[in-house]
Design a binder for this molecule. Structure first.
Ligand SMILES: Nc1ncnc2c1ncn2[C@@H]1O[C@H](COP(=O)(O)OP(=O)(O)OP(=O)(O)O)[C@@H](O)[C@H]1O
Ligand SMILES: [Mg+2]
Length: 277
């Protein structure tokens, strides 16, 4: 565990973040248990998930998942209901459940697998959970400020309002009285208020009207253009595939596909088999 970095007024911006990864050999063929290669072929990986196994009690759910993500890349993590998508995100964020019993997780050279959830958050893992977790009794602005109570800080409140003007207009409104789409924006905005290096989005479009989905899609595209490294889980696979550079498909806790998003869009059989679309 390293010391938290000093507070940053500026956004998490990859231009300002020096890349120090030195390892340049391939990911394939590595022996589980050895230090993972922090690389993906030609370019260095920013995040590596190496042979992780996670359990709810004795239920064995995440069964040896390995993948890596380059800096600034967006990866769609897809699969049917119960495939283990949320469990994989929770394991990465180091929440207590599911329990990570084996494997390694590296973010920008930091060993997440040795950390608790609060340390992973301080290291730069920002999980936007499916249920959004807006704090009742607090205004929109107070929800954001609460996220900034301790360093390392990410975006300022004003920058978050620039990204989501609806939140700025409703800054004094109680967060839980927002519409579903606005609550999703607040949940994302609040996460960006911390210094995020890896954004984990669990079903950001769930339960939202198509017009709101489009609005959030446009915002996520803006965040992508800023170079934010992101893993998005979404039942709306087509929308996620349009946003993402790469797709990983999980089935029964294992990876069955890791490749270009376009290849999934082009492969009706693959989509039918694992995504039922
Ligand atoms: N708290 C829990 N305790 C026990 N089993 C759980 C728990 N949470 C999830 N599971 C089980 O783990 C498996 C994977 O669940 P997970 O929520 O990761 O799937 P998912 O891919 O996110 O599905 P969905 O698309 O429905 O959100 C499922 O079989 C589920 O029943
Ligand atoms: Mg889920």
């Amino acid at each position: 565990m390293t010391e938290p970095r000093p507070p940053q007024a500026a956004a998490p911006d990859r231009e300002t973040r020096p890349h120090t990864l030195l390892d340049d050999d391939g990911f394939e063929g590595k022996v589980p248990g050895k230090k993972p290669a922090l690389t993906t072929g030609g370019q260095p990986a920013f995040f590596s998930c190496w042979d992780i196994h996670a359990y709810y009690g004795e239920s064995y759910i995440v069964q040896g998942v390995s993948f890596d993500v380059r800096e600034g890349e967006i990866v769609a993590l897809l699969g049917r209901n119960g495939a283990g998508k949320t469990s994989t995100l929770r394991a990465i964020a180091r929440l207590d459940n599911p329990e990570l019993r084996q494997g390694e997780l590296w973010l920008d050279h930091q060993p997440l697998h040795e950390m608790k959830a609060y340390q992973a958050s301080r290291t730069g893992v920002g999980l936007v959970p499916e249920d959004r977790r807006i704090i009742s009794g607090l205004t929109v602005q107070e929800n954001i400020e609460l996220a900034q109570i301790a360093p390392p800080h990410g975006w300022t409140v004003e920058r978050i309002y620039n990204l989501f003007p609806r939140l700025g207009e409703r800054r004094q409104q109680e967060g839980t009285t927002l519409s579903g789409g606005e609550q999703q924006m607040l949940s994302i905005g609040r996460t960006l208020a911390r210094d995020v290096k890896l954004l984990l989005l669990d079903e950001p479009y769930e339960g939202l009207a198509p017009v709101i989905v489009q609005e959030i899609e446009r915002t996520l595209a803006q965040i992508k253009d800023l170079g934010m490294t992101t893993i998005i889980v979404e039942q709306n696979a087509i929308a996620a595939l349009h946003l993402a550079d790469r797709a990983i498909i999980l089935d029964m806790g294992r990876i069955v596909f890791d490749g270009k998003s376009q290849d999934v869009l082009d492969d009706a059989d693959l989509r039918q088999q694992y995504l039922a679309i």
